[in-house]
Write a protein that binds this ligand. Structure first.
Ligand SMILES: Nc1ncnc2c1ncn2[C@@H]1O[C@H](COP(=O)(O)OP(=O)(O)OP(=O)(O)O)[C@@H](O)[C@H]1O
Length: 474
């Protein structure tokens, strides 16, 4: 590999800590070995050696996105700190090329006594950006961080979310060749996380990204390649899917071992046995032909009756709080709501329930063939599902004159979703599916939180029309 392609080169890297059980041992270690050597006695040791990381070697090419995964204490942060130069290796070497910006553990790099503004300049200068240039970028940094007047307050008064907002905003404005992100995105609200994910996806097109997370979905979603660390050792380096699968399998095996095989088997079995629904109570409805077919999960009553109800807390549309928006402006989306069967917004919805996503807009000039659309996205900005009005109106497009109020409604059965935060992008375009102009697109117009889900794996639960186990004698 030519050095032009290389951004990070790590060779036989190791970090050792000396662990003392008592503070007095540290003093003894400083004095007594010298005394021992003076009287010809060797080998007096009052500490234990602990290798937080050892024998780690890999190269990262320009433009790669590499995920680092591993259990707590496996050495991920230690590795990143050494790559960023805030920690010195005990052995081995690291070479980096280009400017590296890092979002390491909370607060690293900020002076807590200084205001946010002062820290912007302090950090920016440390990254090698001139004061003049920082002044030019300051407003954009503040807009990205979006922490209001807190920018003039000492950083020690910040919440962890504000810390991350400011740190990310700075890292996004220092022309980094490589970004190193350590779990930072787990703090902060869904809209900010979405903003960061959009930024990272753009950044991936030109820069190198090193991304540490416990969230293997995030790593799979974002990274081409992953490195798995365990107890300071490099276990695997390869294609993310393979590494994550092996890591999860090892985790699962370790969890079973620590829980005891019998418990693990019992819990697996109960999950399977709770699934069948009696045919008589299965509340599915189905009509064939050209009439409506509505497939309801056969366990929906069971799922939503108990304390495992997949409840969605929907936050109301607030144009001031919605994410970034863009568009040609012939029409403007004025309201968005997600309502359940009873029609009241702001209520709790449930996975499996029939809902209406309603988008209101007004036109400012005549608009032919408006297309309303939406995407439901997970915390990482991954689009889970979405739809638009194009096909339904393709053969008889709506023609709206200026000053018309338009309302689009999507009625669908909300899937069961894993616990977590979600957001909905809404858009209004004009033209056709293949050739259209976005008139107004709002990122994260609505957000909602799903709690208590029976769904542990996967992204979206599809309705299970039937689940059964058949038995017959062999
Ligand atoms: N200053 C230190 N002195 C002694 N041991 C340390 C020190 N810093 C880290 N360690 C140990 O090194 C090991 C690796 O720590 P590190 O923080 O790199 O792990 P990690 O994979 O980032 O963990 P987590 O996922 O919990 O953040 C841990 O066992 C930790 O206790």
């Amino acid at each position: 590999m030519s050095s032009e392609e290389l951004t990070i080169s790590v060779e036989s890297l190791g970090k050792k800590y000396d662990i003392y059980t008592k503070p007095a041992d540290r003093l003894k270690q400083m004095i007594l070995p010298r005394l021992g050597r003076a009287i010809g006695k060797k080998g007096l040791r009052y500490h234990q050696e602990f290798w937080a990381l050892r024998g780690v070697s890999f190269h990262v090419r320009r433009g790669e996105t590499v995920g680092i995964i591993g259990r707590n204490g496996s050495g991920k942060s230690t590795l990143l700190q050494m790559i960023c130069g805030t920690l010195h290796p005990t052995e081995g070497s690291i070479n980096t090329y280009g400017r590296i910006a890092a979002l390491l553990e909370l607060g690293a790099g900020f002076n807590p006594e200084f205001t946010g503004e002062e820290n912007v300049f302090l950090s920016g200068l440390l990254y090698g950006i001139s004061e003049k240039e920082l002044r030019k970028r300051f407003d954009s940094i503040v807009a990205f961080a979006d922490i209001g007047d807190f920018i003039r307050q000492p950083v020690k008064t910040y919440s962890s979310g504000m810390y991350v907002r400011l740190a990310f905003a700075i890292a996004a404005h220092v022309d980094a060749d490589t970004l190193v992100i350590d779990e930072a995105l787990s703090v902060g609200d869904i809209r900010f996380t979405q903003k960061c994910m959009r930024y990272l996806r753009e950044f991936q097109k030109r820069g190198t990204l090193l991304f540490v997370s416990h969230d293997t979905t995030a790593v799979t979603n974002l990274c081409d390649r992953a490195i798995w660390l365990d107890r300071g050792q490099q276990i695997l380096d390869g294609v993310t899917k393979t590494v994550v699968e092996q890591y999860l399998a090892a985790q699962h095996a370790a969890d079973r071992k620590s829980m005891g095989e019998s418990v693990a088997i019992r819990s697996d079995a109960s999950a399977t046995l709770s699934a069948p629904a009696s045919a008589s109570t299965a509340p599915h409805s189905e009509r064939s032909g050209d009439s409506v077919v509505d497939v309801i999960d056969s366990r929906i009553r069971q799922l939503n009756a108990g304390d495992q109800r997949n409840a969605f807390e929907v936050f109301e549309f607030d144009p001031d709080k919605a994410g970034t928006e863009f568009g040609a402006g012939a029409a403007k989306i004025t309201d968005v709501s997600l309502v359940g069967d009873e029609g009241a917004s702001g209520q709790l919805l449930s996975g499996g329930e029939m809902v209406d996503l309603v988008i209101d807009a007004t036109t400012s000039i005549p608009l032919r063939g408006p297309i309303f659309g939406f995407y439901v996205k997970d915390r990482l900005g991954q689009r889970l599902f979405g739809d638009n009005t194009y096909l339904t109106y393709r053969d008889h497009p709506v023609a709206a004159s200026a000053g018309t109020r338009l309302q689009a409604k999507f009625k669908f059965r909300m899937p069961v979703l894993p616990s977590g935060e979600y957001s909905i992008d809404v858009a209004l375009a004009s033209g056709s599916q293949d050739d259209h102009t976005h008139q107004h697109w709002i990122h994260d117009a609505l957000t909602f939180r799903a709690s208590e889900s029976t769904m542990r794996h996967g992204l979206v639960g599809i309705p299970m029309h039937l689940i059964e186990i058949q038995q017959s004698r062999i």
